[in-house]
Design a protein around this ligand. Sequence first.
Ligand code: ATR
Length: 271
Amino acid sequence: MTDHYAVIGNPIAHSKSPLIHTEFAKQTAQAMDYQAILAPLDDFAATVQALIQQGYKGVNVTVPFKFAAFALASQHSARAIAAGAANTLSFTDLGILADNTDGAGLVRDIQDNQHCSFAGKRVLLIGAGGAAEGVLQPILAAQPSLLVISNRSLDKAQAMLSKVTPTQTQLHACAFADLVGQAFDVVINATSAGLNDSQLAIPDSVFASNCLAYDMMYGRETPFMQQAKRCGATVADGLGMLVEQAAEAFAIWRGVRPNTQTLLLTLRTAL
Ligand code: ATR
C-alpha cells in the first residue's frame, strides 16, 4: 500500500517539495508518493476535499493558501494557532489536523545547520507579513535576549508584536529608520523584497561583528544578502529552512525524522 501526499499551491511548478519528500521517503523506506498540485485561486477547499476522497493522507500547503488551510482544519497545533496559518495538513479519522512547521524549520536550520544558538542573542526580524508571523513564536521559544521586529509599515510590526504572549525576551517594534546605531547578532529577512531585487532601507549598523544574516529566500543572492556580506556578516539563504520544514512535516506524517544533511548538500550543488 502506497500512501499519497502532495503540496498544494498556486503557482506550484517551481516547488522542490516533491523532490525533497520523495528523497526522504527513499531514505527512510516509507511506502509513499508525493506530488505537486495546482489549486485554483478560489477553490482551495474543493481541491483538498477531492484529495481526501481519493484517500490522500496529508498535504503541504504553500502560497497563497496557508490561511485557507488553517481555516479549513478542524484541529490546530499550538504553532499553527500562533502563526494563524498552516503549511501541513494531516487527514485523519478525527478530521483535518493543521500544523505549521515553517518556524521550527527556520530555528532548526539556524541552530543546528548554521550552529548559531538564539539563546541570549539580539535578534532582528525584518518584515511583518505571513512569513514573519509564521516564525515569530518559534524564535521566541528559543529564548533570545532581545527581539526587534522592524517593518516598512510600522503599524504592521506593532500589530504583530501586540499578539505575542510575554516571555523573558525583551520585545520592540520599530520602523527601519529607528534601527540606525542598533546592532544585532542574528538578522532575519522575512520580507518579500528580494523577489523583485528591492534593497531594504536598513542601516549597515544592524549587522554586529560575528552576525548571522539569514534571508528566507533561496536560489538567488538578494540585495539584503549583498548588504550583509559587505558588512562582514555570515550570510545564509532559506534553502535549509525549506528542507527542515519539510523534514518536520514528514516526521508528523510518518513518525520518522529523515536526515537532512545529504539532501541539503545535493540541492545546494544543483542550485
Ligand atoms: P509573505 O507571506 O511573504 O510574508 P506578505 O504577507 O505580503 O508576504 O508580506 C510581505 C512583507 O514584505 C511585508 O512585511 C512587506 O512590508 P509592508 O508590510 O510594509 O508592505 C515586506 N516588503 C515587501 N517589499 C518590500 C520592500 N521593497 N521593502 C521593504 N519591505 C518590503
